[in-house]
Design a protein around this ligand. Sequence first.
Ligand SMILES: Nc1ncnc2c1ncn2[C@@H]1O[C@H](COP(=O)(O)OP(=O)(O)OP(=O)(O)O)[C@@H](O)[C@H]1O
Length: 282
Amino acid sequence: MEAAKRTAEAAPLQDKAGRSVRAVETDKASAQRGEIAISGLSKVYETKKSRFEALRGIDLNVRTNEFVTIVGPSGCGKSTLLRIVAGLDELSEGLVTLDGEEVIGPGAERGMVFQGYTLFPWLTVRENIEYGPKLKGISTLERRAISNHFLKVIKLESFANAYPKQLSGGMKQRVAIARALANRPKVLLMDEPFGALDAQTKLEMQEMLLEVWEKEKTTVLFITHDIDEAVFLSQRVVVMGAGPGRILKTFDVMLPAQRTPEVRELPEFLALKRELGLLLKH
Ligand SMILES: Nc1ncnc2c1ncn2[C@@H]1O[C@H](COP(=O)(O)OP(=O)(O)OP(=O)(O)O)[C@@H](O)[C@H]1O
């Protein structure tokens, strides 16, 4: 027993690329996980005086490792839907499952990134990233390996000891993504994460997110107002309509898997943007 314990303690916590062993092992397992199934979902906001049907009859499956974006007019219920998947809001009817298990509340297997910067201002970048693993009781050494890995992924190694107020908006969102990923979520739920960024930073963040998504193998459900962003990032675009919020149409994005900036010039890219634009006008 003692010998086994010693061996475990002596085992390297990082692989050659500097990634924690736990991270590498979890990656292998994550290839088969992260499937969201939403069926017959309705949401009614009700008070004694009023009743508002925000969502009606939503059916949507997001496959393991898939990147799906939801677009739709303001108020059509995109955030409500995401909050229900996150377990932050309750549905009125229907069912949401993650890998077959009913979602009944928030959970570390579902990471959230919002538009507003939600970093803890009193913690450094590294401490923000290590926050979730620390709550889980992961050792200091292993937490360090996790934060090292994600600092590298988001290319902010030199800002490890900086505080959020010392970062630009784009950098803060990179840390928010790293912080969500440090919990090794099965899915990443993103509500207009780049909505507040300037145009150039937004493009850089989109490319960075795709790199991270490919590396970390996470299912992503992403909300945006920006059609260009939706087409560039995703494998599928879901268009919602309002009154009550419902799914109008789903589009497979038939673009090269490698989304280089040149993809934006392709006729297929422009055609899909046009089609989405027309649908959203009505
Ligand atoms: N707690 C609440 N109580 C009552 N109504 C609510 C509540 N939260 C949201 N709503 C209503 O539900 C509808 C959907 O809101 P939601 O924020 O999900 O839309 P959205 O598509 O994300 O909008 P936006 O793109 O502007 O963020 C809106 O009409 C909103 O006013």
